[in-house]
Structures are given as structure tokens and as C-alpha cells.
Design a protein around this ligand. Structure first.
Ligand code: SF4
Ligand code: SF4
Length: 413
């Protein structure tokens, strides 16, 4: 099995985003030709109908500020804060405006100048994300809470994470037992994922090892920087973010969260591919699962940072068929669900209105159970919230796609 970092014609193969060096010579803020083709894909423009809340409008505001035609002011910063950062406008743009890169620079400038204020609970979240081991330790009661099957939170979807065993130690146990001999895949475990939703990391380890990947999990991996980028805060240096992985000399880095994967791809050298696990599994011959759920139906939703960030526009059919369940794409599967990293926490009303448009189909969807499957834990949180906020009034289950391919916790016993 060879792992390539080269873009090819398969839409499931991610392409590297442009590096800062590629775009530095361009005058980023004048690259927009005002065609307006991005408006129809922008969730905040569709919600508000306000040009300033569209990609074209934001780019114009930022340019007029830079040219000192309008003052830098909190009212313009509000439009920057309202942007979900879904990057749908990048995919729609014929002029290849690097909107995500511009947004990141604008957010950082507005936060550092004090025009944009970050709520203290999000500053705390970013501080914890930068200290994954402390975060994981502090979140032990949350894992226990979920392990015992308690609910009660708007975003805390059900799951049974191991409370004490880390993904790194679990992977070592399974590696010693199975001794696969395929490519060395370094798994990014993530801060929130490892601290709270660890059962998804465990499932990822099992699926990779079952498919002959040699899984290594750096125990001391640093924050990927995604939360900081979303908030406009300074993240750790790219060297720091990637060092724990390069030390293990893997063939590739595997991620199971598209937002984290995108941030890590920005930090990784060209020689070290960063691959989303679901897209990667399209390149192997997967074991087909045989779940005893004859009436189930799976609806696939696609995270924005997978589609527009990593340019994986569809899930390989071989992967979806290997779930052994009837599946179809959810209506408007490539549209934003409103999660946007921390957007659903910072702008919950907007996020809920964006989700409402997408989630309504679950009120009359088929399947018993009805399963909404995606590949990003923050999108899972957002989809789960639809039941808690009354947007969806009939039962449905939210799952990570890797969990539908999982041989289960008895694997190897
Ligand atoms: S990133 Fe998403 S929300 Fe922001 S301007 Fe682009 S399409 Fe609109
Ligand atoms: S599609 Fe691109 S060029 Fe056209 S208005 Fe939007 S950002 Fe500007």
C-alpha cells in the first residue's frame, strides 16, 4: 500500500491548501472581482440577506478599512465574528480568493487590537486546548459521566469513552497483539476528542489496525491550533504542532476530525501527508460489517472543513457500503450545519438557525433507527443539539462514520 500526498482526480484525495508563501505576493484584499457567485453558498448571507454578512461584503469592508475609507470599528468587526468560517465561499469562488487565509488574518488583527472581544469561557477553552494533558485530566469526570450513560447537555452526545486508558496506551496494546505490517499511521487524537469523546479515537485505532495500518499515537502531541485560529488567538508555532508526529517518522498522519486535520495539514511539511481517516479507508479493501439493524437508515452529512478545507467532496462508496447499512446523503449534505469549530458556542442563535434549515428532514426521515453520520465530533455535537433544542422532534442517533466501520470493543478479545 502506498500513501501519496499528490492531488489526483479522485475527489476523496485531499489537496494541500495554498501555503502562505504561495499567496504572499498577491494583494489578498483586492483579489475579489465582486462577481457575487459566493453569496448563494454563504449561510450568513442566506440568513440575513445583508451584503455585509456575505463573503463579498466582508472582503469589501476589510479592504475599505485597509485603505482607510472607513474607520476600523466594532460594528465592522461584528461582521467578521458572524462568519462561520465554513469556507464554502472558497469552493464557489472562480477567482480563487483565499478567503480562509484572509479571515484568519482579520480575526487575529481584530482580536489583538481589542475591536473583537472573546468571551472568557472561550479563552479558557483555548487555554485548555493548548494543554491537552491537563484538559484530558480535568475532563475525567465528563468521561465518567458519559461512560455511565448520563445525558443532560445540549451538546454531549451519548457514548462510552474509556475513563482512564488513553488512546495512546490502547493503540500500543492492540499493536502488540495484532502486529500489522502496513504503513505507519500517526493518529492525531485531538484535545476535545481525546478528553471527552475518546470512544471515537478507540474506534479509529481498531479500524486502522484491522486494516493493517501500524498505528502510532504520540502521547505528547500538542494542540493542532484549530481553536486558536477560529478565535483569532495566537497558536503554537507550526514546528511545535507537528514535532510529536515527525519524531515518530510515520508514513502519514491520520485525523478523524476534519477541522483539526485541516489545521494540522497547514503545519505539516509537504513530505508528510495528513489524511482524513474516512477518505484514507477508501484506498483499502475494508471488512464489511453486518449490523443486526434491518430497518436502519444512515444519512451522511459532510463537514465543511472536509469538503471545502481538505477538498474531499464525497465519501468513497466502498467505505459507506462497508457499514453494511442502507445509506444516502442527507439533503444539502455539503452545506454548513452551523458548528464552525467554536461558532456554535459563540453565536448559538445563528448556529441554531443555520442548523434548522438542514435538520428539518430528520422530522420525517426513514429508518429505525435513523442514523445521522458525519466525520467531525463538533458537527456531531451540533447535530445532537437539534434534539435538545426541539428542532427535531423524533428520535435519531448521531454517529461518527468510523463508528459504523468499527469491529467493536471486543476486537482482539
Ligand atoms: S466562510 Fe462561510 S460563513 Fe464565512 S463568508 Fe464564507 S461562506 Fe459565508
Ligand atoms: S466568488 Fe470570489 S471573486 Fe466572486 S464575489 Fe465571492 S469572493 Fe469575490
Amino acid at each position: 500500500m502506498s500513501i501519496s500526498n499528490e492531488p489526483d482526480s479522485d475527489a476523496a484525495t485531499p489537496q494541500q491548501p495554498p501555503s502562505a508563501a504561495d499567496t504572499q505576493p498577491r494583494d489578498l484584499l483586492t483579489s475579489c472581482v465582486h462577481c457575487g457567485l459566493c453569496l448563494e453558498v454563504c449561510p450568513t448571507w442566506k440568513l440575513s440577506g445583508d451584503e455585509n454578512n456575505s463573503p463579498r461584503g466582508r472582503l469589501r469592508l476589510w479592504r475599505e478599512e485597509a485603505e482607510q475609507q472607513i474607520p476600523e470599528d466594532p460594528w465592522t468587526a461584528r461582521y467578521t465574528e458572524d462568519c462561520v468560517g465554513c469556507l464554502a465561499c472558497e469552493s464557489a469562488c472562480p477567482a480563487n480568493v483565499p478567503y480562509g487565509q484572509i479571515l484568519e488574518l482579520q480575526r487575529a488583527a481584530q482580536v489583538s487590537s481589542g475591536r473583537s472581544r472573546i468571551p472568557s469561557f472561550l479563552r479558557l477553552a483555548a487555554a485548555l486546548a493548548a494543554r491537552p494533558r491537563l484538559f484530558s485530566s480535568l475532563a475525567t469526570p465528563l468521561r465518567l459521566w458519559r461512560q455511565l450513560g448520563f445525558g443532560g447537555s445540549r451538546h454531549l452526545f451519548p457514548g462510552r469513552p474509556h475513563v482512564l486508558l488513553s488512546t495512546a496506551d490502547y493503540a500500543t496494546q492492540l499493536m502488540n497483539q495484532f502486529r500489522p505490517n502496513g504503513p505507519v499511521a500517526a493518529l492525531q487524537t485531538g484535545c476535545l476528542m481525546e478528553s471527552v469523546f475518546r470512544e471515537i479515537n478507540f474506534a479509529t485505532v481498531r479500524v486502522l489496525i484491522e486494516n493493517n495500518f501500524r498505528v502510532v499515537v504520540p502521547a505528547a502531541q500538542e494542540c493542532c491550533g484549530a481553536v486558536h485560529e477560529h478565535l483569532g488567538l495566537a497558536a503554537a508555532s507550526t514546528d511545535c504542532r507537528i514535532a510529536a508526529f515527525t519524531r515518530l517518522n510515520p508514513d502519514l498522519i491520520v485525523t478523524n476530525s476534519s477541522g483539526c486535520g485541516l489545521s494540522l495539514a497547514h503545519a505539516a511539511p509537504q513530505s508528510l501527508p495528513v489524511r482524513d481517516v474516512i477518505a484514507l479507508l477508501g484506498e483499502v479493501s475494508l471488512t464489511r460489517r453486518t449490523p443486526d439493524l434491518p430497518d436502519a437508515r444512515v444519512y451522511i452529512d459532510l463537514p465543511c472543513h472536509l469538503v471545502h478545507g481538505q477538498h474531499v467532496s464525497r465519501i468513497p462508496e466502498s467505505v459507506l457500503n462497508a457499514t453494511g447499512l442502507p445509506w444516502e446523503y442527507a439533503p444539502r449534505a455539503s452545506d454548513c450545519c452551523g458548528s464552525g469549530g467554536v461558532y456554535h458556542l459563540r453565536k448559538p442563535e445563528n448556529a441554531s438557525r443555520i442548523l434548522q434549515e438542514k435538520a428539518d428532514f430528520l422530522n420525517h426521515a426513514e429508518g429505525s433507527p435513523t442514523i445521522l453520520a458525519t466525520s467531525n465530533h463538533v458537527c456531531m455535537m451540533q447535530w445532537f443539539s437539534a434534539s435538545r433544542t426541539g428542532l427535531v422532534q423524533r428520535p435519531y442517533t448521531v454517529r461518527h462514520l468510523i463508528q459504523l466501520l468499527d469491529p467493536g470493543p471486543d476486537f482482539g478479545r
